[in-house]
Design a protein around this ligand. Sequence first.
Ligand code: E4P
Length: 220
Amino acid sequence: MKFFIDTANLAQIEEAQKLGILDGVTTNPSLMAKEGIVGKETVLNHYKAICDIVDGDVSAEVIAVDFDGMVKEGEELASLHPQIVVKIPMIKEGLKAIKYFSEKNIKTNCTLIFSAGQALLAAKAGATYISPFIGRLDDISSSGMHLINEIKEIYNHYKFDTQILAASVRHTMHIIECAKLGVDVMTGPLSAITGLLKHPLTDSGLKTFLEDHKKSNAGN
Ligand code: E4P
């Protein structure tokens, strides 16, 4: 499973990259705003800065909601850097834009997927990735993992090339459940990724090893 980090924070992206397990980055307009990245030039430069840190795909979301606007914005984003993936919302105009970009071999990430039907449409339009938001479904007492299961079942029948990018991942168990289902990619915050490292028996075991080493080497 590929690991993407879901943030526009350069320090966190660098930290995840240094772990050696990072495969890409996803951003969205809210994450950019959270980092204070405003104004067209600043936003475009920020995407370039992210691409300079990581080796893999970097999702950059369009703001336009009409076909012509999405195409114009998406082409500009795609021309910034070969790692840029144009992130497009799952709306009617977005579907048309995904088809347009897939015919031009420009990578897309169809975002805000909340149903199997939406995932099916995006795959038929040729999306490179689809982003089902599992945490936001859990937030409203629906099951994010159930949706992932449904999408996997459908995609397996038809051998779509579209990759399932589990988004809105909030914690370590989301990541583990995704891996158990064979999800292609997950995107989550740094805290969820580094949370996978932790186990109290690892910490207590290491403490004992180091204490025993110190005792047996005392005086040497
Ligand atoms: C996905 O690409 C989105 O940026 C993201 O995962 C949304 O997560 P949230 O529901 O925690 O805001």
